[in-house]
Write a protein that binds this ligand. Structure first.
Ligand code: GLC
Ligand code: CA
Length: 550
């Protein structure tokens, strides 16, 4: 392990950070095996630096059989040999820190891979063993136990139980998995499980990791004292939004995070965390408190239509929630699980995205200009808000969702385990195009693990760099400017007669003005700092955000 220089300074850096999510397999492939790698990331540190981001978040790069894009972890304290080595990981951290970029890694505590040594040991050890107690095993129903313990449906369908073969070769117990069968759920009542995750948090913190993104943070503790849940939804039971759902958002989960917080605070600067928690809005704050994880994703914008009132409403709600929990807001437009936002904004309102995907993008007409105009405007809008912004690789070059990936090339279990019912997330996980030409557009010298569309070169970093008005240059300018303009975490809405306008000011006079409508509106007073589209005289074009200094 090398001798790190930690980035000194403000312990509250995470409150208003710009964090760039890297999906490792699709970022940059240096050795040409078609899979993005750590060496590729090291190679692109100057690019990351050019974005003026505060941190990167690496989606899982751990050893994995890739049953769920790496969210099936076989070894929490190692690097997948296809992605690199621990030495390369250390080098990456060192280079990023030198560039003043902090690092989050993904922790996947709800389930491991079925290839994890503990699950393999559980299979070998048999019924009632301490090895099985680390997971959730139950006997089946019926004389031979061949009926699954309950009618639970997993997130990736169709069932949340899979039967194992006992060491003596007979059909045996069943284990619970909220996701794919290759992702057995841990039993968080088991002390060894708890201790092992603490060990993992220390392992990466000791290597210089600054923060953690906690996967499915709401699902760890379960309570089956009223019987095994039998239901066909993976959402929280709407009748139990109070911590009493047997599967999700139970109050006890925060005991785990309070313990983790103590570990984070052993470090200087303290390590930070952000929860991916799907819980009712009024309960999200518990994940984001100073005693627990500190921050939680706000996914409201992933589902919000392009609409002034809607945006204003969810911004106000988020501000209230943050004030209550003591945390800061988080803003997200895209990530590795959702349809890229220029596509969402370019499709007609209320488009059924599953149907659209299944039709290979033919069921609804994409208006690419509208998609990109709104994407540029919304990015500037959220960058002007107090709190942290989480960006997803590729949005900075204006990538759209890819809906016509050849079906046989798809990797996402959500797709092939739910035939005809779900979208594939592969469409937002296509490798990044770096150059205008070449077999994999500069992603690497040897093809790519997911096929790249023939026209991908036009979105490449190379093409973006040559155009002063490109999406990439807007991101670079806006993020750098935001850094310089950063101030107290407050906003005041400014009234406008036009219902298509969302206008607000930060305490230092920095203003953000968004025209959600299609027709131009009059520019307000103030010095123009930046505009997502050129102004026409004193008119702000439709679907445009302008920053001003009062
Ligand atoms: C999270 C991840 C998603 C993954 C799931 C199971 O929601 O973001 O990609 O499939 O957890 O780990
Ligand atoms: Ca590679």
């Amino acid at each position: 392990m090398s001798d790190y220089k930690f980035i000194a300074g403000d312990k509250k850096w995470w409150r208003q950070a710009v964090v760039y999510q890297i999906y490792p397999r699709s970022f940059a492939d240096l050795n040409g095996d078609g899979i993005g790698d750590l060496a590729g990331m090291i190679d692109r540190v100057p690019y990351l630096k050019s974005l003026s981001i505060d941190a990167v978040w690496l989606s899982p790069f751990y050893p994995s059989e890739l049953a769920d894009g790496g969210y099936d972890v076989a070894d929490y304290r190692n690097v997948d040999p296809r992605i690199g080595t621990l030495q390369e990981f250390d080098k990456l951290i060192e280079e990023l820190h030198k560039a003043d970029i902090r690092v989050f890694v993904d922790i996947v505590p709800n389930h491991s891979s079925d290839q994890h040594e503990w699950f393999q040991a559980a299979l070998k050890a048999g019924r009632g063993s301490k090895e099985r107690d680390r997971y959730i095993f139950h006997d089946g129903i019926g004389e031979n136990g061949d009926i699954r313990p309950s009618e639970l449906v997993s997130h990736f369908g169709p069932t949340g139980w899979t039967r194992v073969t006992e060491p003596d070769g007979t059909p045996g117990q069943w284990y619970l998995h909220l996701f794919a069968p290759e992702q057995p759920d841990f039993n968080w009542d088991n002390q060894e499980v708890r201790d092992d995750f603490i060990k993992t948090l220390r392992f990466w913190s000791d290597r210089g990791v600054d923060g953690f993104r906690i996967d499915v943070a709401h699902a760890l503790t379960k309570d089956f004292s009223d019987g095994l849940p039998a239901r066909d939804t993976m959402d929280i039971d709407p009748k139990k939004p109070d911590g009493s759902d047997p599967l999700f958002d139970r109050d006890e989960v925060h005991e785990i995070y309070r313990e983790w917080r103590k570990v984070f605070n052993e470090y200087d600067p303290p390590r930070v965390a952000v929860a991916e928690a799907s819980a009712p809005a009024h309960r999200l704050g518990a994940y984001a408190s100073e005693e627990t994880l500190g921050q939680a994703f706000n996914f409201d914008l992933l589902h919000a239509d392009w609409n002034t009132k809607r945006f204003k409403h969810l911004i106000s709600n988020s501000m209230k929630r943050a004030a209550k929990s003591g945390s800061s807001n988080t803003w997200v437009l895209s990530n590795h699980d959702v349809v890229r936002h220029p596509t969402r904004y370019g499709l007609p309102d209320k488009t059924d995205l599953v149907k659209w995907y299944i039709s290979e993008g033919k069921s609804a007409q994409l208006d690419a200009k509208q998609g990109i105009d709104r994407a540029r405007a919304s990015t500037m809008l959220i960058l002007a808000l107090p709190g942290s912004t989480y960006l997803y690789q590729g949005e900075e070059i204006g990538l759209f969702e890819v809906a016509d990936t050849p079906r046989e090339a798809m990797q996402d279990p959500q797709w092939f385990r739910n035939p005809g019912k779900a979208r594939s997330r592969d469409g937002c996980r296509i490798p990044l195009p770096w150059t205008a030409t070449g077999s994999s557009f500069g992603f690497g010298p040897g093809g790519s693990h997911l096929p790249m569309p023939a026209d991908f070169g036009k979105y490449s970093v190379e093409v973006n760099e040559k155009d002063a008005n490109s999406v990439l240059n807007l991101y670079r300018t806006a993020i750098a400017m935001r850094k310089a303009l950063q101030c107290a975490e407050d906003i005041k809405f400014i009234f406008n007669w036009n219902r298509s306008v969302l206008h607000f000011a930060r305490p230092n006079g920095w203003q953000s003005f968004t025209n959600f409508g299609k027709s131009p509106v009059k520019l307000p007073k103030g010095k123009v700092l930046l505009s997502s589209q050129p102004l026409i005289g004193n008119q702000v074009q439709g679907e445009t955000t302008v920053w001003l200094q009062a």
